[in-house]
Design a protein around this ligand. Structure first.
Ligand code: PMP
Length: 460
């Protein structure tokens, strides 16, 4: 049956509104607006909706479709694996070839020392796994007091109870009496929003020192780990000043606090490096991976575990009472291996670093250099943020806590562009296969949407 042709677009929308609770959605508002846009197919960097409109996906889905849509190689691998071994678990002293091959490949690809991997299915599960693993580790070390996790405001690490607790998203905390005990947060290195009169590098050091102050306030004997995305994605593409990460690394080492890099967005080429940790010279004890690991074609995530934690876990840990039915799912691992092979074969990471990433960054900066509504364009590789502000000189924001971003996002919709709004920051993370012509098209559509927003506000 051709499921697309069997019912009208309006009919699908009605059924969606009647039965489907979407993530991060105001259900009543969505219903009042006439329901969802239904995506029916995709190719390269483009999506098509049920009305036949072609949309430029400036977000690679949810920061994940790194190799672009429509990759036959991934479909072929999945098909073959489905026929050969559609499922077997990795519990009870068993393994499958794709799970072993991927564990070996990830150990080689990630920074030195991260040579063991625990598989899960989502970024949230990977970060929950980290919480279990780290608490177990410190217990094994005879330091059961080291239990508190420090994250950052605007950090995003997922939607499960522990992952939300690691995250610094106040509205998420508010709805579920979170964070859990043992989780706290510090200021992110968000110079544009919080830098005041400091220059960015001084502010980067300042933000790092706030972490040190928090560790000293809690007492190093009670702090288990610090978690951070190398670049905060869902928090608004917060690019840390150069001074930030080296200082954070020093502080974590000095106070014996484990350093966890959440590479769920930065990993697999987004910044023009395989991992954000490579870009900033971070040497994490633990790294979480998801999204780009399979380019979103199937769900998979991984926790990379460094030597210090891994050797304790292996030598002294006994049985680790943790795992998921689909940990190391053979189909997901086979697709991940082929996805990584495509990234390597097509040189997509290098291309993002040396060619298409700089091109996108340059085109965006040119387009908005003197725009009355744009305070800053920031980004690296194929991740970018465009800060919509009230006053460029004074770096002041519009009142309304994100209403301007929402207006702009609606104009993007009307211009067949997916560009996401985080507060009043417009964010972009297109597939790594985007061409120069497609970047030009993206910048043109983004300009139309931001111009229209500026006209609505009467500033243009
Ligand atoms: N970590 C980061 C940095 C993320 O951006 C996300 C998702 N946007 C997650 C974790 C959670 O991943 P998932 O939605 O797969 O649970």
């Amino acid at each position: 049956m051709d499921i697309h042709a069997s019912r009208s677009a309006a009919d699908w929308r009605r059924a969606d509104t009647a039965h489907h609770l979407h993530p991060f959605t105001d259900y009543k508002a969505l219903a009042d607006e006439g329901g969802s846009r239904i995506i029916t197919r995709a190719d390269g960097v483009h999506l098509w909706d049920s009305d036949g409109r072609r949309i430029l996906d400036g977000m690679a889905g949810l920061w994940c479709v790194n190799v672009g849509y429509g990759r036959r190689e991934l479909a072929d691998v999945a098909h073959r694996q489905m026929l050969e071994l559609p499922y077997y678990n990795t519990f009870f002293k068993t393994a499958t070839i794709p799970s072993v091959a991927l564990a070996e490949k990830l150990s080689a690809l990630t920074p030195a020392g991260l040579d063991h991997v625990f598989f899960a299915n989502s970024g949230s599960e990977a970060n929950d796994t980290v919480v279990r693993l780290v608490r177990h580790y410190w217990n094994l070390c005879g330091k059961p007091g080291k239990k508190t996790f420090i994250g950052r405001q605007y950090g995003y690490h997922g939607s499960t109870m522990a992952a939300v607790s690691l995250s610094g998203m106040a509205p998420m905390h508010g709805q579920a009496d979170l964070p859990l005990p043992g989780f706290t947060h510090v200021l992110p290195p968000y110079w544009y929003g919080h830098g005041g009169d400091m220059d960015p590098e001084a502010f980067g050091r300042h933000a790092a020192r706030l972490l040190e102050e928090k560790i000293l306030e809690l007492g190093p004997d009670s702090v288990a780990a610090f978690i951070g995305e190398p670049i905060q994605g869902a928090g608004g593409v917060i690019i840390p000043p150069e001074s930030y990460w080296p200082e954070v690394v020093r502080i974590c080492r000095e106070h014996d606090v484990l350093l966890i890099a959440d590479e769920v967005i930065c990993g697999f080429g987004r910044t023009g490096h395989w991992f954000g940790s490579d870009l900033y010279g971070i040497e994490p004890d633990i790294m979480t991976l998801a999204k780009g690991i399979t380019s979103g074609y199937v769900p998979l995530s991984a926790v990379m575990v460094g030597g210090r934690v891994a050797s304790t876990l292996v030598e002294d840990g006994g049985e680790f009472y943790h795992g998921f039915t689909y940990s190391g799912h053979p189909l997901a691992c086979a697709v991940a291996l082929e996805n990584i092979a495509i990234l390597e074969r097509d040189g997509l990471v290098e291309r993002t670093r040396t060619d298409i990433g700089p091109y996108l960054q340059q085109r965006l900066r040119e387009a908005f250099a003197d725009h009355p509504l744009v305070g800053e364009v920031r980004g690296v590789g194929l991740i970018a943020g465009i800060e919509l502000v009230k006053d460029r000189q004074r770096r002041t924001f519009w009142p309304g806590g994100g209403k301007i971003g929402q207006m702009c996002r609606d104009h993007c919709f009307a211009n067949d562009l997916v560009m996401r709004a985080v507060r009043d920051t417009m964010v972009l993370a297109p597939p790594l296969v985007i061409t120069r012509d497609e970047v030009d098209d993206l910048v043109e559509r983004a300009t139309r949407a931001i111009d229209a927003t500026a006209r609505d506000l009467g500033v243009m």
